[in-house]
Design a protein. Structure first.
Length: 169
């Protein structure tokens, strides 16, 4: 069962993936250093499917796409935050990292709680406490980008199977 990793407000891209590791774009290498400046044990605790919860302005700082790549490569399935920095929000979607804004859930989840997030419906559940919330779900095309693993694989799939009925690719 996915577990929660909980952080506060203004988690910036420099702590998600420190600049000293930006000499590579290899997702596995970035994952090895994900969150180490804010939570040195994160990479030892995170498991595939886990969810990051955070406060306001998650992903602020520089515009590096390495931050959502590092999170996704470390096994994080989604980030739930009260709000996201605009550039992080766009970068996360571009690399296929599910992100949900849900201020109601923030502060109601503790580190290690068993959680469930269903991006398609926006459902967020704390299975440890029994509480649940609904975040605004993404439109179908953005869900497709997340499901395909990012904008590039989504576009490649669209180009490989043109929608002849609609008259466009």
């Amino acid at each position: 069962m996915p577990r929660a990793h909980v952080y506060g407000d203004h988690v910036d891209t420099d702590v998600i993936i420190p600049a000293r590791y930006l000499n590579t774009a290899a997702p596995a290498e970035l994952a090895r250093h994900c969150m180490e400046d804010i939570d040195a044990a994160f990479i030892d605790r995170v498991r595939p499917g886990d969810i990051v919860f955070a406060g306001e302005n998650f992903g602020c700082g520089s515009s590096r796409e390495h931050a959502p790549v590092a999170l996704r490569a470390s096994g994080v399935a989604a980030v739930v935050a009260a709000s996201f920095a605009r550039i992080f929000y766009r970068n996360a979607l571009n690399v296929g990292l599910a992100i949900l804004e849900c201020p109601e859930a923030v502060g109601r989840v503790s580190p290690g709680d068993e959680v469930e997030v269903v991006p398609a419906s926006g459902r967020i559940a704390n299975l440890t406490t029994g509480e649940s919330w609904i975040a605004k779900a993404f439109p179908a095309f953005i869900q497709g980008i997340i499901e395909q693993g990012g904008l590039v694989p989504y576009t490649q799939a669209k180009l490989a199977t043109p929608d002849r009925e609609a008259g466009h690719v």
